[in-house]
Design a protein around this ligand. Structure first.
Ligand SMILES: Nc1ncnc2c1ncn2[C@@H]1O[C@H](COP(=O)(O)OP(=O)(O)OP(=O)(O)O)[C@@H](O)[C@H]1O
Ligand SMILES: [Mg+2]
Length: 231
């Protein structure tokens, strides 16, 4: 679904991400791990087209989109949930979903129902302004809103940052359900290694903008990933 081929990108004169190779298979989950400032969000911005790629290539479902603007990537099925649980604070939970669903007609309404089935905690909050939700609730809303677009690739930037463990569990249960269907691929950035590596088909550790370690995911890979992060 997604292939990055020696991607470099950055800001101004500074190159932040260097020669990153990464793939998300169809229906798979690939995790990128790394400490604060490693360049994870910067890499995602290049995937979305929000930052120009300096060298290398970004391919979606085999198509080179390296020079395509963000909206054209979105049209090809990419949905991005940025770091920090963003939503329209003045709008209610329902309106936050409707704003997106309205552009998709009947499919949007169907996917809204599916997203609420996936995150039942949102149901009683439908009338509440999103600005009054907890961080964990806002994160679920942000993921639900992304799902209403009917993505083929969901890009999640630290979805569990600052969120209490039981909600983290719910979010990962939802991610597992989503990838289990085989139709959705997930690119996941995390600092919390356990869940991410356990659920990932493949994971990569990023250090100072480079991939310094990679491996197959799964429960037994967690210790190895922790060690790679500690280096
Ligand atoms: N808009 C920007 N302009 C200039 N430099 C930036 C900008 N955004 C990030 N950087 C720098 O790029 C580097 C990587 O930042 P990035 O946000 O990608 O890290 P990260 O791995 O996502 O970290 P975190 O886990 O804290 O979110 C950092 O040195 C940061 O200061
Ligand atoms: Mg970040």
């Amino acid at each position: 679904m997604l292939e990055l081929d020696a991607v470099s990108t950055g800001y101004g004169r500074t190159t932040v991400v260097h020669d990153v190779d990464l793939a998300v298979p169809d229906g798979g989950l690939t995790a990128v791990l790394g400490h604060n400032g490693a360049g994870k969000t910067t890499l995602l911005r290049a995937v979305l087209g929000l930052l120009p790629v300096r060298s290398g290539a970004v391919r979606l479902a085999g198509e080179d989109v390296t020079r395509r603007p963000p909206h054209q990537r979105v049209r090809r099925g990419v949905a991005y949930v940025p770091q920090g649980q963003q939503s329209f604070g003045q709008l209610t939970t329902r309106e936050n979903l409707q704003v997106v669903a309205d552009s998709f007609g009947a499919a949007g309404r169907r996917r809204t129902r599916e997203a609420l089935d996936l995150f039942p905690a949102l149901e009683p909050l439908l009338g509440r302004p999103a600005g009054l939700l907890s961080g964990g609730q806002r994160q679920q809303l942000a993921i639900a809103r992304a799902l209403v677009t009917g993505p083929r690739l969901l890009v999640l930037d630290e979805p569990t940052e600052g969120i209490q463990p039981n909600v983290v569990h719910e979010i990962y249960a939802a991610i597992t359900t989503l990838t289990g269907g085989g139709d959705l691929s997930v690119l996941l950035v995390e600092q919390h290694i356990g869940y991410a590596v356990e659920h990932a088909g493949e994971y990569a550790v990023m250090t100072s903008g480079r991939i310094t370690h990679r491996g197959a995911g799964g429960g037994r890979a967690v210790a190895e990933a922790r060690e790679a992060m500690a280096l």
